[in-house]
Ligand binder design. Structure first.
Ligand SMILES: NC(=O)c1ccc[n+]([C@@H]2O[C@H](COP(=O)([O-])OP(=O)(O)OC[C@H]3O[C@@H](n4cnc5c(N)ncnc54)[C@H](O)[C@@H]3O)[C@@H](O)[C@H]2O)c1
Length: 250
């Protein structure tokens, strides 16, 4: 896969899986905007990765459409356009709210605004820029947690699946492909306060994964890059589980 002369926006690119998307994309020739609410950490990624001409950190709150539009504008000004969007930003802390009846209303609104609406706001901001380039590709980040009915987190990820199939159909006429990855348990900075790696291994097996492997972020990001690439040009509207066989759907 080569991404020479392509421009990607990665939301939540300052750490975890997002950072891995950024690394793999710049290594394969793309220019990348790191769109993260944590600007200091995003800038640190730019400084660490060593591809300064190909990287730009733009403080972005995906839960705010105006902020998403400013991010896309910054991408166009610096790199001349937008071809790809990885809708990865999320709040793993949402897992602390298993009850849809008891979650405080403000918390519910904040989580759904970032985790579900945020993916739509970024797509709405990026699509006009992709149209100006003649097409593009979007990868939404879902989760196999979508199928586990664990409260607001799984609800938003089911919504992401719905967003993916709707946008896939709607944007086909614009030559924009939309797909999603649904990771299993991945060892990231965001997961650290929730579970140790040993607990993640046990948790996945309890839920049906036939191995004790816990994913590293690169295992997920590689599949996301495939979905962006021309090698996946006939793949549209799919939710691809990347979970070592944990969730088998027939
Ligand atoms: N880690 C897992 O096991 C796992 C499994 C399945 C799906 N996912 C999903 O993968 C994605 C990335 O997860 P991760 O584990 O790398 O998380 P993480 O917590 O390590 O990183 C999330 C990033 O998103 C950023 N962010 C948070 N709110 C934002 C906002 N409003 N606007 C812009 N950026 C914002 C954070 O600053 C952070 O850099 C999330 O959507 C998550 O739900 C994670």
């Amino acid at each position: 896969m080569s991404f020479d002369n392509k421009v990607a926006i990665v939301t939540g690119g300052a750490q975890g899986m997002g950072r891995e998307y950024v690394r793999l994309l710049v290594e394969q020739g793309a220019c990348v905007v790191i769109a993260d609410i944590n600007q200091d950490q995003a800038q640190k990624v730019v400084d660490e990765l060593g591809f300064k001409d190909q990287l730009l950190a733009v403080r972005t709150d995906v839960g705010d459409l105006t902020s998403c539009e400013a991010c896309v504008l910054a991408a166009e000004e610096r790199f001349g356009g937008v071809d790809y969007l990885i809708n990865n930003a999320g709040l793993l802390s949402a897992a602390a709210f298993p009850s849809l009846i008891d979650i405080p209303v403000e918390k519910y609104r904040q989580i759904t605004e970032v985790m579900l609406n945020g993916q739509l706001w970024m797509a709405r901001a990026a699509v006009p820029a992709m149209r100006r380039r003649g097409g593009g590709a979007i990868v939404n980040v879902s989760s196999i947690g979508a199928y586990q009915a664990t409260g607001v987190y799984s609800l938003t990820k089911l919504g992401v699946n719905g967003l993916t199939i709707n946008l896939a159909r709607e944007l086909a006429k614009d030559n924009i492909r939309v797909n999603a990855v649904a990771p299993g348990t991945v060892a990231t900075e965001g997961m650290q306060p929730l579970m140790s790696v040993e607990q993640m291994a046990q948790w996945g097996q309890m839920l049906g994964r036939p191995t004790d492997r816990v994913a590293t972020p690169d295992l997920i990001a590689q599949v996301g890059l495939f979905l962006l690439s021309d090698a996946a040009s006939y793949v549209r509207g799919q939710i691809i589980a990347v979970d070592d066989g944990q969730q088998i759907r027939l």
